[in-house]
Write a protein that binds this ligand. Structure first.
Ligand code: AMP
Ligand code: ZN
Length: 473
C-alpha cells in the first residue's frame, strides 16, 4: 500500500482512491507565455514519476492537464497584466501564436526528459462555455457577485477558506504580499475574480461574450472546470508546484466545492521548488535555465532528470552546475555498470522479487525516489546473475524513466565498434555500396547488401541524416 503526503491533512496517508483500481489525476499545466524553466520541469518530472508509479502499482490512471493560454496574471492577486498578452507583446506576435509555439516547446522539453504526455491536454481557451456555466452556477447559489464589471467569488460564504492552513488573512493585507494592490470591488480581501470585463489592462486580446459582458476568465476557474469536465466531481489527486497551493489551489477548492456541494479532491500533491543559489528561479532575471540551455552546455536532459530523482520532491532543491556535474558523473558510471552486465541466462524470480521490494518500499513511502535510486545501486551490487539485474533495471526504469537500458545499449555499441575498426570500415563500405545500388535503381542488389549486413548482425536504419547502423549480435 502506498503512502503519500497529503497537503490537505499535513500528513502521510494511505493512498485510497474513490473507485478501487482507478486514479483520476489532475495536473496544473504550464502557462505558455515563455519556455518552461527547469524549476517548472522539476514539478512535471516528479508528477510524471508519481503517475508512472501508480500505473506500475497496477492502477488504471487517467491524467488531465490544462494549458493556461488565458487568465494567468503577472501577480497572484487579481492585478497585473495577463502573462500571455505580455509574452505576445514581447515577441510582437498574437496571443494564439505565442500559445502554440510555447505549448509545442513545452512538450518537446517533456519528450527530452521522458515525461509522458497526459491522457488529456486541454487549453483553457477551448473551454470558455464550461467556465461560464460554472460561474453562473456559483452566482445562482450565492457564492459569487458582480462588482465594478467583474464577477468575484465570495470567500466569506465558506466555513473554511484557507484549507491548506498555512496562510493567514494578514498575508493578504495590502502591500504585505508583493504586487497586491487594493481592489475596491472586493467585499473581502481573499475574494478573487472569476470573470473579468473590467481591468486596468484594457488591451486584452482574447475576449468572449458572457452574460456579464465581453471579457475573459480568471486563472483559477479554468483548472476546476477542466478537471470536472474530464474527471467528474470526485477527484483522487491534484498536483502542482508548491507555489500553486495558495492562492491557486485554495481558490480551486473554494469554487469547485461551492459549485458541486461536496468534497472535491482527496489528495493534494505539491512539489517543492528548485532554486538557484541566489534564490528563486526566474525567467526574466539571471540565467534563464531551460532544457535547451543545458543541452547547449553539453548535458543530456536525462542527467537533469537523474539529478531530480536524487532528492525528495518535498524538499526544495538548489540547482548549481557543480551539482549537475556530479549527477552527470554518477549517471555515466551507472550506465557503464549496466552496460557491463552480461546475457547470462534466465532471470531468478526469487532474487527479482526480493530486490524489487527495496524499490517498491522506497516508492510506497511517499515516493522516495532517492532511496529508489539506492535500491537500483543495491541491485547492481547484489549476489544474483546479470540477467536478473538487467531485468530489474528495466523494471525500475519503467518508473524512473532515466533511459538506462537505452544508454547502456548505446555504450555497448560504441565500445564494440571502437574495439573493431576493421568491422566498422567493412560496414561503411557495404552501406555506401547499397546507397550506390539504390541510386542505380538496382533494388535487388541494395536488398542483398542489407541482407548480408543482417547476417553479420548489423541492422540498418535510413534516416534524414543518412543510413545509420546498429549491431544486434
Ligand atoms: P506556470 O507555467 O508558471 O503556470 O508553472 C508551471 C508549474 O511549475 C506549476 O506547477 C508551478 O507550481 C511550478 N513551478 C514554478 N516555479 C517552480 C520552481 N522553481 N520549482 C518547481 N516548480 C515550479
Ligand atoms: Zn491549476
Amino acid at each position: 500500500m502506498m503512502k503519500l503526503y497529503n497537503s490537505l491533512t499535513h500528513d502521510k496517508q494511505e493512498f485510497i482512491t474513490n473507485e478501487p483500481g482507478k486514479v483520476s489525476m489532475y495536473t496544473c499545466g504550464p502557462t505558455v507565455y515563455h519556455f518552461a524553466h527547469i524549476g517548472n520541469l522539476r514539478s512535471y518530472i516528479m508528477e510524471d514519476v508519481l503517475e508512472k508509479y501508480l500505473r506500475y502499482s497496477g492502477y488504471d490512471v487517467k491524467r488531465v492537464m490544462n494549458i493556461t493560454d488565458v487568465g494567468h496574471l503577472t501577480s497572484d492577486a487579481d492585478e497585473g497584466e495577463d502573462k500571455m498578452l505580455k509574452g505576445a507583446k514581447r515577441e510582437h506576435k498574437t496571443v494564439m501564436e505565442i500559445a502554440k509555439f510555447y505549448t509545442d516547446a513545452f512538450f518537446e522539453d517533456c519528450k527530452k526528459l521522458n515525461i509522458k504526455r497526459p491522457d488529456v491536454v486541454e487549453p483553457a481557451t477551448g473551454c470558455i462555455g464550461q467556465f461560464i456555466k460554472v460561474i453562473k452556477g456559483l452566482i445562482d447559489k450565492g457564492y459569487a457577485y458582480e462588482a465594478g464589471g467583474n464577477i468575484y467569488f465570495d470567500t466569506s460564504k465558506l466555513s473554511q477558506y484557507y484549507v491548506f492552513n498555512n496562510f493567514e488573512e494578514e498575508d493578504l493585507q495590502d502591500g504585505v504580499r508583493e504586487g497586491v494592490e487594493k481592489d475596491e470591488n472586493k467585499k473581502n480581501k481573499a475574494d478573487f475574480v472569476l470573470w473579468f470585463t473590467k481591468s486596468k489592462f484594457d488591451d486584452q486580446e482574447l475576449k468572449w461574450n458572457s452574460p456579464w459582458g465581453v471579457g475573459y476568465p480568471g486563472w483559477h476557474i479554468e483548472c476546476s472546470c477542466i478537471s470536472m469536465k474530464h474527471l467528474g466531481e470526485y477527484l483522487d489527486i491534484h498536483c502542482g508546484g508548491i507555489d500553486n497551493a495558495f492562492p491557486h489551489h485554495t481558490n480551486e477548492i473554494a469554487q469547485s466545492e461551492a459549485y458541486i456541494g461536496h468534497k472535491w479532491c482527496n489528495f493534494w500533491f505539491h512539489v517543492h521548488h528548485l532554486n538557484t543559489s541566489n534564490g528563486k528561479m526566474s525567467k526574466s532575471k539571471g540565467e534563464f535555465l531551460t532544457v535547451s540551455l543545458l543541452e547547449e552546455k553539453g548535458y543530456d536532459p536525462l542527467v537533469y532528470r537523474f539529478f531530480c530523482m536524487q532528492s525528495h520532491y518535498r524538499k526544495s532543491l538548489v540547482f548549481t552546475y557543480e551539482n549537475l556535474d556530479n549527477a552527470a558523473k554518477a549517471y555515466e558510471k551507472l550506465v557503464a555498470r549496466i552496460a557491463a552486465l552480461k546475457d547470462d541466462g534466465e532471470t531468478d524470480p526469487e532474487a527479482f522479487e526480493k530486490l524489487k521490494s527495496g524499490f517498491t518500499e522506497a516508492m510506497d513511502n511517499d515516493l522516495n525516489t532517492s532511496l529508489a535510486v539506492t535500491a537500483l545501486y543495491d541491485v547492481l551490487k547484489a549476489d544474483c546473475n546479470d540477467a536478473t539485474k538487467k531485468a530489474l533495471v528495466a523494471d525500475f526504469d519503467k518508473v524512473l524513466s532515466l533511459g538506462l537500458c537505452e544508454a547502456a545499449e548505446k555504450k555497448r555499441q560504441e565500445e564494440a565498434l571502437s574495439a573493431n575498426p576493421e568491422l566498422v570500415a567493412e560496414i561503411e563500405k557495404l552501406i555506401s555500396q547499397r546507397a550506390q545500388a539504390k541510386k542505380d535503381k538496382d533494388y535487388a542488389a541494395a536488398d542483398a547488401i542489407r541482407a548480408q549486413l543482417l547476417d553479420m548482425g548489423v541492422v540498418l536504419e535510413d534516416t534524414k541524416e543518412g543510413t545509420k547502423f546498429k549491431i544486434v549480435k
